[in-house]
Unconditional design. Structure first.
Lengths: 337, 346
C-alpha cells in the first residue's frame, strides 16, 4: 500500500515534468532564440513577424497559413516565425505568443484557436509596443483597443449568404439540422448568427437540432447517421458549418439510402477543393467560399502599420458563393486549396 | 438471491444496467428505436443497434489492448495517436498509389499502417520493459510524437483516398452485420481465448499485483510487457483503420483524439483497477458498449452540443458511485433505516 502511493506520487511528478518539458520544447522549437533585438527599431536586417497559427486543422487552414508564409518571405524582406498550435491547444498558442513578445518581434499575427482568454497576452504585447494583427479568427469579448486590426472574411456575411440561399431554395420551408464546429469557438457563433439572421425569420423552417462534429468528417457522418434515424429520414436540409463535416453528412445520407442533393440538400462553408468537387458531382448543393487567400491584403496592412499609418479595426476580405455544379466546375481548375 | 447479490457487486453489472437504461430512454423517446429493418435501397440491415455495433468496434479494440496494459500495472496513452498514425499511413498510401478498386493496394496499405503502429508499440515496449521508464511518461511522449508523425506523413493535410475494398471493410456488411464489428469480435475472442485459456492472463496479473514477487517466481517480465504493449498498438492500429476507413479521410488532429480516455474509461467502468493486477476483459467489453451507446444516445436525444460533456459526465459519475461498495453500503443503510422507521410508526 505504502509503495503504491509513492509510485503514484512519483508518476504525477514525472508527468508534470514531462508536460512542462514538452511545452518548453514546443515553444522553443517554433521560436528559435538568438534573434538579437530586431524589435528595437528594426532599421537593419529583415522585419521579424511572429505568426501564432492554428496549425493542421483542414484544407482551408492549410491554404491560409501557406499563403501567409508565401507572402512574408525572406526575399520580400521578412523573417516569418511560424508557430502552429499543438493539437489546437490554446495553452501552446499563449506560450508562443509570450515568447514572441519577449523576443521583441516587429509584428505579431494571431489566429486564435479559442476566442476567449487573450486579454492578458494582448496587453503584454501592447506594453511592449508590438502591434498585433488578428488573422481570420477574432477574440472574445471583442475589444478593438487590444489589437490593431482584424483581417478576415466575414463569417456572419458568409453564413447570411447560406441562409439566403436556403430561404430561396425552400420556399415552403424545410426541416433542417445544423452541424457545428467545437462549442465555444467564435466562428461557430458567428456562422450561427449569420444563418439565423435569415432563417430565424422564417417560421416554416423547423430546426430539428444542432450538434457539434468538431469540424470532422468522421464525426459528422456518425452524427447525421443517427439524426436521420431519429427523425425517420424526415430532414430536407443540412447546414454544415465547414466543408469536411458537409462531406461526412453526404456519406451518411448516401448510406441511409437517400440521394444527397435530391432528398436531403447539404450546404457547406469554406470552399475547399474536395467540396467543390462534391458540388460539381451534385452531392453538395451549395458552397459558400470563405476566402483564405488574403496574403496580399495582409502584406499591405503590415506595411502600413509598420510605417506608422492607421488602418480600420476590421477589414473584410471578399468571398464568393457557388450554387450549381456548373459554377463549381468552372472554379475547380483554379482552386488552390 | 445470493447469486444476485454477487452479481450486483461485480462492476460490469452496473455498466450493463446503464446500457439498458440508456436504451430504455431512447425507446421512450421513440418506440421504434430498437427496430432493425432491411433497407430497400442497399439491402442491408438498418437500425440504431447496427450503428452502435459499428461505433463500438474501434472502442472495443483499444479498450481490450488498454485492459491488458493496465493489468501489467502500466497505461498506454498513445492509442489515440496510434490510430491517427495508422490511418494517416493507410490513407496517404492509397492516395498516392492506390487504384480505386484494387484489393492488393488495400492490403498493402493495411500492412503498412499496422507495421507503423507496431513500431510505435515497439518503442513503448522497449522504453518500458528494457529501459525501465514509467509507462505513463513513455506513452505520453509517444502520444505527442505519434500525432506529430501522422502530421508528417500527410504533410499536415487531411488526406482522403478512394479505394473500394478499404471502404467495404469499414462500411460493409456480412449477413447484415457490419464488417468492422465482426472483425473486432473475432480479434477480441482470439485474444481473450489466448489469454484466459493459457496461463498468460495469470502471469500478467501477477506482474500487476507485485512485480517483485512475480520476478522471484520466475515470471518473464519483459516478454509479457512486450506482448502487452505490442498488442495494444496493433489493436489501436486496426481501430485507426476502422475510424479513417469509414469516411476514407484521415483527420490528423481529430482521428483518435482523446480515444485513450475512452479506452481507459471503458476499462475502469468494466471494473479493472488502474493499479494493475486483476483485470476483466468482459468488463472492458461492457465499458466499450456503454461509451458507444452513450455517444449515440446523446445525438439521438438531441442533447444540445454545449451540454454534451456534462451529460456524459453525469452518467459516468453516477455509474462510478453505484460501483463503489461504500456508496452502496450507505444506500443500503438508508433503506434499512427507512424500513425501521416505517415499522416503528406502524
Amino acid at each position: 500500500m505504502h509503495s503504491t502511493t509513492r509510485i503514484t506520487k512519483w508518476s504525477t511528478a514525472f508527468a508534470a515534468g514531462a508536460l512542462a518539458l514538452g511545452l518548453a520544447a514546443c515553444s522553443g522549437g517554433t521560436t528559435p532564440a538568438g534573434d538579437d533585438g530586431a524589435g528595437d527599431g528594426g532599421a537593419e536586417g529583415p522585419i521579424t513577424i511572429g505568426f501564432v497559427a492554428v496549425g493542421p486543422e483542414g484544407a482551408w487552414r492549410a491554404a491560409n497559413e501557406q499563403n501567409v508564409q508565401d507572402t512574408f518571405t525572406a526575399e520580400a524582406g521578412f523573417d516569418l516565425k511560424y508557430a502552429p498550435a499543438t493539437n489546437l491547444d490554446q495553452k501552446s498558442q499563449i506560450d508562443a505568443f509570450t515568447s514572441f513578445v519577449d523576443e521583441g518581434v516587429d509584428v505579431i499575427l494571431l489566429s486564435a484557436t479559442e476566442g476567449s482568454g487573450w486579454e492578458a497576452s494582448l496587453k503584454r504585447a501592447q506594453e511592449a509596443e508590438i502591434p498585433v494583427i488578428l488573422v481570420d479568427r477574432g477574440i472574445e469579448p471583442d475589444d478593438p483597443s487590444l489589437y490593431v486590426t482584424r483581417l478576415a472574411p466575414d463569417n456572419v456575411e458568409v453564413a447570411t449568404a447560406v441562409g439566403q440561399w436556403a430561404s430561396d431554395t425552400f420556399p415552403d420551408g424545410a426541416k433542417y439540422f445544423t452541424l457545428e464546429g467545437p462549442t465555444g469557438v467564435g466562428v461557430v457563433n458567428e456562422r450561427n448568427e449569420g444563418f439565423d439572421s435569415v432563417i430565424g425569420k422564417r417560421s416554416d423552417f423547423v430546426k430539428v437540432g444542432a450538434q457539434t462534429a468538431n469540424w470532422s468528417t468522421e464525426e459528422a457522418k456518425s452524427v447525421i447517421e443517427t439524426v436521420l434515424k431519429a427523425n425517420n429520414n424526415d430532414i430536407q436540409y443540412i447546414f454544415a458549418q465547414n466543408d469536411e463535416m458537409g462531406l461526412g453528412a453526404v456519406q451518411a445520407i448516401e448510406e441511409a439510402g437517400l440521394v444527397p442533393g435530391v432528398d436531403v440538400k447539404v450546404s457547406t462553408i469554406d470552399g475547399t477543393k474536395n467540396a467543390m468537387q462534391a458540388l460539381a458531382d451534385g452531392k453538395l448543393s451549395f458552397v459558400a467560399e470563405y476566402n483564405p487567400l488574403f496574403g496580399d491584403t495582409l502584406l499591405e496592412v503590415v506595411n502600413t502599420v509598420l510605417a506608422g499609418g492607421s488602418v480600420d479595426s476590421q477589414i473584410i476580405v471578399p468571398s464568393t458563393t457557388f450554387d450549381s455544379p456548373e459554377a463549381a466546375k468552372a472554379a475547380l481548375p483554379d482552386r488552390k486549396y | 438471491m445470493n447469486r444476485v447479490k454477487g452479481l450486483v457487486k461485480k462492476p460490469p453489472f452496473w455498466g450493463f444496467v446503464a446500457i439498458l437504461l440508456l436504451l430504455a430512454i431512447n425507446l421512450a423517446k421513440d418506440p421504434r428505436y430498437l427496430a432493425i429493418t432491411v433497407s430497400p435501397v442497399t439491402g442491408n440491415l438498418v437500425g440504431n443497434v447496427i450503428d452502435i455495433l459499428r461505433v463500438v468496434a474501434p472502442i472495443l479494440l483499444i479498450a481490450f489492448g488498454m485492459c491488458l496494459v493496465i493489468a501489467t500495472g502500466g497505461i498506454d496513452l498513445s492509442v489515440g495517436s496510434v490510430m491517427a498514425v495508422s490511418g494517416a499511413v493507410a490513407m496517404q498510401y492509397l492516395h498516392d498509389h492506390g487504384a480505386p478498386d484494387s484489393v492488393g493496394d488495400a492490403l498493402a496499405a493495411i500492412g503498412l499502417a499496422l507495421g507503423v503502429a507496431l513500431l510505435v508499440g515497439l518503442v513503448n515496449a522497449v522504453l518500458v520493459a528494457v529501459v525501465g521508464l514509467q509507462p505513463f511518461i513513455t506513452t505520453l511522449v509517444m502520444m505527442l510524437a505519434g500525432r506529430g508523425l501522422a502530421k508528417v506523413v500527410t504533410q499536415g493535410q487531411n488526406t482522403n483516398a478512394v479505394n473500394d475494398p478499404m471502404r467495404w471493410i469499414a462500411n460493409g456488411y456480412v449477413l447484415g452485420i457490419p464488417v468492422v464489428f465482426l472483425l473486432a469480435l473475432v480479434l477480441i475472442v482470439v485474444v481473450a481465448v489466448l489469454i484466459r485459456r493459457s496461463a498468460l492472463g495469470l502471469l500478467i496479473e501477477s506482474l500487476g499485483v507485485d512485480p517483485k514477487a512475480a520476478r522471484l517466481a520466475g515470471v518473464d517480465r519483459r516478454a509479457l510487457l512486450f506482448s502487452a504493449y505490442l498488442l495494444s498498438a496493433l489493436l489501436a492500429g486496426i481501430a485507426g483503420l476502422f475510424a479513417t476507413g469509414s469516411v476514407m479521410t484521415v483527420d490528423v488532429s481529430q482521428t483518435g483524439y482523446q480515444a485513450e480516455l475512452d479506452a481507459i474509461l471503458a476499462v475502469v467502468v468494466g471494473g479493472t483497477s488502474l493499479a494493475g493486477g486483476r483485470f476483466s476483459l468482459g468488463g472492458a467489453v461492457v465499458g466499450a458498449f456503454l461509451i458507444a451507446t452513450l455517444d449515440k444516445t446523446i445525438v439521438f436525444l438531441g442533447v444540445p452540443a454545449s451540454a454534451t460533456p456534462a451529460f456524459k459526465a453525469v452518467v459516468i459519475v453516477v455509474l462510478c458511485l453505484l460501483q463503489s461498495q461504500r456508496v452502496r453500503g450507505w444506500i443500503g443503510q438508508a433503506g434499512a433505516r427507512m424500513r425501521a422507521a416505517r415499522k416503528a410508526v406502524a
